[in-house]
Write a protein that binds this ligand. Structure first.
Ligand SMILES: Nc1ncnc2c1ncn2[C@@H]1O[C@H](COP(=O)(O)OP(=O)(O)OP(=O)(O)O)[C@@H](O)[C@H]1O
Ligand SMILES: [Mg+2]
Length: 176
């Protein structure tokens, strides 16, 4: 894949020849992809084909065996997940882990604070905007412990959005 010459560099996430070896098993083998800001890219494949591993390589949860990840004009290959979040790369997980004792809004606020170093007040504004964007403002005061799974997923996506990512990964029917 190639980049359009008129596009701004910051608008792209470019993975090149990403490879991951686990003791004798090549889970990801030279995968290259480009995602533009605002683009929704689906990743499909059978169980064990390396989808989660690929996402983990791009978001920094796993160390890359070889290959590079570039966001805009920065090579973020060796960066920690935390630093990547600052660079605009956020992820959600297949299994949702919310703080059960917190309300929906508090769950989203915590994500905004930890990724962006925001004040409580700014984080709240960011959280409310994310809840509105996902269409769950009415759940703001509800304890996370009573949410059905589909709504938990929406909260998880709101958490990723509240970190103001340029790129976020949603996998496996998360909006279904
Ligand atoms: N930490 C690990 N150590 C060793 N092998 C691993 C590790 N994580 C994943 N694997 C292996 O790497 C391969 C790819 O797994 P991965 O979880 O990325 O697949 P997937 O496409 O996400 O599958 P699913 O559709 O089931 O979610 C599998 O063979 C898996 O057993
Ligand atoms: Mg998976």
């Amino acid at each position: 894949m190639s980049l359009g010459i008129s596009a701004k560099p910051k608008e792209h996430l470019v993975a090149t020849e990403l490879t991951k070896d686990f003791a004798g098993l090549r889970a990801v083998d030279r995968v290259s992809l480009t995602v533009s800001r605002g683009e929704i890219l689906g990743l499909i494949g059978p169980n064990g084909s390396g989808k989660t591993t690929l996402i983990n390589l791009m978001t920094g949860l796993l160390r890359i065996t070889s290959g590079t990840v570039i966001v805009g004009d920065e090579d973020i290959t060796g960066w920690t997940p935390h630093r990547r979040a600052h660079a605009g790369l956020a992820r959600t997980f297949q299994v949702v882990k919310l703080f059960k004792d917190f309300t929906v809004r508090e769950n989203v606020e915590v994500a905004a604070i930890s990724a962006g170093g925001l004040s409580k007040r700014e984080a709240r504004r960011q959280a409310d905007a994310a809840l509105a964007q996902i269409g769950i403002s009415h759940l703001a005061e509800v304890p996370a412990s009573i949410l059905p799974q589909g709504e938990e997923r929406r909260v998880e996506i709101a958490r990723a959005l509240a970190t103001s990512p340029a790129f976020s990964s949603w996998t496996n029917r998360e909006l279904a």
